[in-house]
Unconditional design. Structure first.
Lengths: 203, 172
């Protein structure tokens, strides 16, 4: 089914999956960093792909992105998107440094953010797997830092234009000192979305 | 360079003469208008220009041909559809081989995945092939690499400006 046709109960189910995934990811990141990190899901929207740049600052907005292609029972892609300034803040947060320490994107920042995004994606997929008994694996995380529009284009063509809509999960990383907003986009193959909703019992 | 939420971003501030070409669309304009397509990744931006009428057109092409997907949607996102349609629209009765073409884009935004990694190169090749079938000369190209591009066509001179965060401004 087309994600735009999701009814309120189905959206709630997707949000629940997102919250549980965020909980898993927060536990994993806290263990990794040796300090508490919270991850909340304050907002979930279903958007058509051409609409995405308008909620993320325009097609030319400079963003960091981590893409993981989905393999297994569910096909599609997961894309983690964070604006340039938030990317540096997230890197500081994850490396226990004072906000504003990172001034430019280097290999260390790229690796930190790619790793965090990869943990987040795996945690979401673990949540989906636990709730639905579907086994889905992310492909290797791939990092890009460029115009948002071009990154979205790269993702949609890689999954063969099967996805026309995305589930946009606003994801907030916070420690007692600071918080950073990022977006996790789930671009489901329309058939895969049916499978998942069916297993969740809300199709 | 602006990194804020300003949609203006890299290109000269949009004004009444700016014609924006969205992903998978084609558009035709006449001087003093100017055609812009933002954020080309693996897509190809194609411009066709007629020096006599100072008319031009732009396409933002996503894939080589409709066989690449089973979804409906804009037919103009495919090279095999968009190139001949844009050529007819720009020519508007004059011989199509009088037009000149330039292309930009065709990058690989995410490396490392199998098979589809060369979609940008396949797009570029498909556009070159369609142009050759129409006998339209390809004057210049800025394709490949791993970076995003914004493409602008000025219709008085046929100048194409390609902007990117990585390399700044390049004129074709």
């Amino acid at each position: 089914m087309d994600p735009l046709a999701l009814n309120p109960i189905q959206r709630d189910a997707m949000r629940e999956v997102g919250s549980i995934g965020a909980g898993h990811a927060a536990t994993a990141l806290s263990q990794m960093l040796g300090m508490p990190v919270d991850i909340d899901v304050p907002d979930l929207q279903v958007l058509s792909i051409p609409e995405i740049p308008t909620v993320l600052g325009g097609p030319e907005n400079l963003v960091g992105a981590v893409y993981g292609r989905l393999l297994g029972d569910l096909a599609g892609g997961l894309l983690f998107v964070v604006a340039r300034d938030a990317l540096l803040q997230l890197s500081d947060l994850l490396r226990s440094r004072a906000p504003g320490t990172s001034k430019s994107l280097g290999a260390a920042e790229e690796a930190t953010v790619t790793h965090a995004a990869s943990v987040l994606m795996s945690a979401y997929l673990a949540a989906v797997a636990r709730l639905t008994e579907l086994s889905t694996l992310p492909g290797p995380p791939q990092f890009a830092f460029d115009m948002l529009g071009a990154i979205l284009e790269g993702v949609t063509t890689q999954i063969g234009l099967k996805a026309e809509t995305a589930i946009f999960v606003l994801t907030r990383f916070s420690t007692p000192e600071t918080s950073v907003d990022a977006a996790l986009l789930y671009l489901p193959d329309p058939d895969s979305l049916d499978v998942m909703l069916g297993r969740l019992g809300v199709l | 360079m602006s990194t804020s939420g300003d949609i203006g971003g890299l290109w000269a501030a949009p004004d009444d003469n700016t014609v924006l070409v969205a992903t998978g669309e084609i558009a035709v304009a006449v001087h003093p208008q100017r055609l812009v397509t933002p954020a080309l990744g693996s897509c190809i931006g194609l411009t066709l220009w007629d020096a006599f009428t100072r008319r031009g057109g732009m396409a933002h092409i996503m894939l080589p041909s409709p066989s690449e997907t089973r979804l409906g949607g804009l037919a103009d996102r495919f090279a095999s559809v968009a190139v001949p349609r844009l050529a007819d629209a720009v020519a508007g009765g004059v011989p199509r081989h009088r037009l000149v073409a330039k292309i930009a884009g065709g990058a690989t935004m995410f490396g490392g995945d199998t098979g589809m990694a060369s979609i940008g190169a396949r797009n570029a090749e498909a556009v070159r092939h369609e142009l050759s079938l129409l006998h339209i000369p390809l004057l210049a190209e800025d394709v490949g690499g791993t970076h995003a591009r914004t493409m602008e066509l000025y219709l008085d001179t046929g100048l194409v400006v390609v902007r990117s965060y990585r390399y700044g401004i390049r004129e074709l």
